[in-house]
Design a protein around this ligand. Structure first.
Ligand code: SF4
Length: 364
């Protein structure tokens, strides 16, 4: 698909599926705004979303509803699984994905309307599933901030996954939201290795600042975990590298740690292999072997990542359980700060010690 360009506007051809079709008004036009100052190098494509709460098909994900106020992501992670969403729009999955950011400028108003509908039953909504809600554009448009306000007013439970410390801007809002509804946050931190971070996630804040955000969010009484993902073959997958980031996550007070090896679906795989060929051609043969069977690495490798994370968790947690057939372990750890919040809202049993056991999940 090739967008037709005309004086300051982009026009997409007719889009029929939910991924793209829900974005555009009848004219299927987007207003182009070239970024200046701190947004230089970015282009913002303003669209009106016809629908902002999207349902997720199938049962494979732990959430049924998502909101993505932006499409494309200036964090520019080279492995990003969401890159093909730009393809839907007739834009490229490489530089276009990183620099041409679709902004659903009516996201907050549209959300308030959908939350008020009698058809909406107040189910959990996940953010950060297809683009980072705290990428650079959020500093300019404040859509995520408005969405949090709308969800709080409706006492609608939500979760946010981000790589950005910009989330701390909204700390008071998130605390207020957590007083009214279930709020769950996760920071994604794949590695502590600064060279690997700069090479693979050039638009993101440094890993140690993200872990500091995890600490501050938990200290404020909001449950925040860490997603150690993706663990990158040949770059961040040595035993000591995985141990270090899982250990640092627990030390930052993360209420959960989920470690996940790199997977590469069609489209992203070609993009990632092309990037590797330029920056680390020595790693290509290994990747061709690892991904010969498809999008996922062999079970042996996935188990190794899981085992390392599990070993670290055992040092930090008091008990572990795993149901037969589950790929997920549950650990128990106790948190004073969450006990304080649960006490004030009386929404969970508080142990005599004043501490609340919290589930820790590890999967790979
Ligand atoms: S932060 Fe997330 S959505 Fe953004 S580029 Fe990185 S992986 Fe993709």
């Amino acid at each position: 698909m090739t967008p037709h360009k005309s004086s300051g506007r982009l026009r997409w051809p007719l889009a029929t599926d939910d991924q793209a079709g829900a974005l555009f008004p009848d004219e299927r036009q987007a207003d182009r705004h070239v970024g200046t100052g701190e947004y230089r190098g970015l282009e913002f494509l303003h669209v009106n979303a016809r629908k902002i709460i999207n349902s997720v098909p199938g049962e494979s994900l732990p959430f049924k509803y998502t909101i993505n106020a932006y499409r494309g992501c200036s964090h520019a992670c080279t492995y990003c699984f969401a890159r093909p969403t730009h393809d839907y729009l007739g834009l490229g999955i490489g530089a276009d994905f990183e620099q041409k950011i679709v902004v659903k400028i009516n996201a907050v108003e549209q959300l308030r309307a959908e939350l008020a509908s009698p058809k909406w039953l107040g189910e959990h909504i996940a953010m950060g599933t297809n683009t980072d809600p705290y990428q650079a554009a959020e500093g300019k448009y404040h859509l995520t901030q408005g969405i949090i306000r709308a969800l709080t007013d409706a006492a609608n439970p939500f979760s946010i996954l981000t790589k950005s410390t910009l989330i701390l801007r909204d700390l008071p809002l998130l605390v207020a939201a957590a007083e009214r509804t279930e709020v769950r946050l996760d920071l994604s931190v794949g590695t502590l290795d600064r060279d690997v971070w700069k090479l693979t996630e050039p638009g993101t804040p440094p890993p140690e600042r993200r872990l500091d955000a995890v600490r501050r969010l938990n200290d404020a009484g909001i449950s925040c975990g860490v997603l150690v993902a993706p663990v990158l073959p040949g770059l961040s997958d040595r035993d000591d590298q995985i141990r270090a980031v899982v250990e640092a996550s627990f030390n930052a007070g993360a209420v959960s740690v989920a470690a996940s090896p790199l997977h590469l679906r069609p489209g992203v795989k070609e993009h990632y292999f092309g990037w590797l060929a330029e920056v680390r051609p020595d790693l290509l043969p290994r990747h061709e072997r690892l991904f010969a069977g498809g999008a996922y690495q062999p079970q042996e490798e996935r188990s190794r990542v899981s085992r390392i994370a599990t070993d670290v968790a055992k040092d930090h947690c008091e008990g572990t359980t795993r149901k037969p057939g589950e790929r997920q372990w549950t650990y128990l750890r106790e948190f004073d700060h969450l006990a304080r919040r649960h006490k004030s809202t009386e929404d969970a049993p508080v142990e005599q010690s004043g501490r609340v056991p919290v589930q820790l999940r590890l999967m790979a």
